[in-house]
Structures are given as structure tokens and as C-alpha cells.
Design a binder for this molecule. Sequence first.
Ligand code: 13P
Ligand code: SF4
Length: 340
Amino acid sequence: MPDRLPRDKGEGKSHIGFMGLLQKVAPMPPAHQLEEEIERLKKERNAVVLAHYYQESDIQDLADHVGDSLGLARAAQKTTADVIVFAGVHFMAEVAKILNPERIVVLPDLEAGCSLADGCPPEAFRRFLDQHPGHYVVSYINCSAAVKAMSDVICTSSNAVRIVQQIPKDQPIIFAPDKHLGRYVIKQTGRDMVLWQGTCIVHETFSEKKIIELMLRNPGAELIAHPECEETVLRHAKFIGSTTALLKYAVSSPVQTLIVATEEGILHAMRRDAPQKTLIPAPPEDESCACNQCPHMRRNTLEKLYLCLRDLSPRLELDEALRIRAKKPIDRMMEMSTGV
Ligand code: 13P
Ligand code: SF4
């Protein structure tokens, strides 16, 4: 592995080296050459680009794998590349690093956070756990490594129901940090869980009233929704699932018009894979804002993707003891979600 770390020809020690330093001060290529330069750097660095469906379409088109949180974690687990470029948010790149301590993991913008992860600080979470002794802790992957390290198992929106169903019936459960996903899982499994009261700023933006109006104007249209949405929205949905599940449903559904209640980025893949369908983004309460775009995901741009490949920075680095503790519940998730 160390022999394959990205090195520029003609030097042996640094990962960036003299050529890298020259590149560092080289001007940004013009916009029309960026994609070509990114492809060139991908080969030179032996890098893989993993992108979430909520990334802007140009980034999705350049990625080697586009997926939901579980799909991307699995892609990160399988990769043999020297460098993982994670076009997503911080907690996703952190998972890639937890699974790949020996590989370089970079993300275009280190500040790309998540309202769920940011709304669950480790110290407050520790106090919350102390108030509920004896509970099995299921944490949504949208949380920090420190919160993962305090959890028994991690889940994503694809496997949360499946994982909770496997926990012994008499075992009290804490579910964190998304209360909407938690409530959805309670409904699906019949399990009573203590919920951390976190929310996603994007998925709680959709307006039930406006969705109903839209459905009335489009008779026959079906609402499909991500489980991070509020119950008032989910109750009108014909299908509820992760971004990958929503995409598969949009492709296979015989219905012509679908109203899509999740981050708008997914529509790029839906329009490509289901070109004959009419796909309408679900309206947010305030239609003058771009509230159905995640401001954290959208911090990543093609320019920043180019720069992080060129400079191999910013990098995800993790304390080894924390990484080992955070990996255990992720491994457990992988074991408990075979077939999902
Ligand atoms: P999935 O990737 O599981 O669909 O979750 C969506 C999300 O909000 C990621 O931050
Ligand atoms: Fe977090 Fe919501 Fe953005 Fe996903 S869409 S990264 S849950 S803020």
C-alpha cells in the first residue's frame, strides 16, 4: 500500500513532492478544462471519487460511484484506490476514513457539515445516554465519529428498519439523532424508542399544504419521500425510502408523475434514469428560497474537487483510538444489513 501512495515522478518521499508544489502554485485551469484535469488527476493519484446524490450534477457526472450513505460506505469499504475523494459531507468522509485508515481521504470542503451531526454534540449525547442507562444505542450515520464511538450500531435510511427489527424485543433502545427517521422506524417496527430530537434542515422544509395543492393540481401524481421528512409529509407518501430507494422507485413505478420530497440533487439521476417521467421537486414552505438544496452538500464545487485532488487536501484525519471505537458499530451495521 505505501508503495502506491501518490507520488510525482522523480521524487520519493513526500506524497506531493516538488511537482506537487509546482502544481500548488499553478493557476486554476479554465472552467472548460476542469473536468479533463480532474480525470487526469484521478489517474495520476490513483484516486476514486465517491459522490452523494445531493451533490451538484457536474460532480455526480465525474464520480466513480454515486450513491446513498450506505452505498457510499460500502464503496469506501471495497476500494483499492490510494486516495478517496469524498464529494459529500464531513461525516460521510469520516466514515470512509474510519474504514480506510491507511488511505488518504480528502473532501472538497472540510466545512461541509450536517444539521443532524452538528445538532448532536458528543458531550450532550453522553449526558443523554447517562439519563437512559441500559439502552441499546442505534445512531443514524449522520453523526460524528465521537457519537458513533458511543453507539452500539449505526444505521442509514436504507437499513434502519431492518436493524431495529433485529434487536431483541425486550431491549430498550435509544435512536439518534434524527427524530423524524426515528418516528418512522417506530411506526414500521412497532418498537418503542427514546429519540434524540434532531432534524435535517432540508427535509423539514417541505410544506404539507403546498404538497397537497400540488397533488390536487396533478391528479394521479404520487408523492415519494425520504424518511427524514416530517410525519405530516410522510403520511401522504406512496413510497418512503433512502435516496437510492427513491431513485429505484422512480425508475420502476408505472406512475407518470412523481413529486419528490428530498434534496433536489437526486433529480439529476432520476431524470437521467427515468427520462419519460414527470418529476416535480416537492415545494418548500418558503418557495423563494432554495431550501430543498442542502447548503452543506452544496459547499462542494467542481473547483474545490479539482483543488483537493491536486493538493490532496483538506484531509480527514482521526485519532486512532477514536477511529477503532467508531468502527465497531459501523462493522455491526454492515453485518446486520446484508441483503439491503
Ligand atoms: P441517504 O443517503 O441514506 O439517502 O440519506 C440522505 C441524507 O440526508 C444524507 O445526508
Ligand atoms: Fe445533513 Fe440534511 Fe444535508 Fe443530509 S440533507 S447532509 S441530513 S443537512
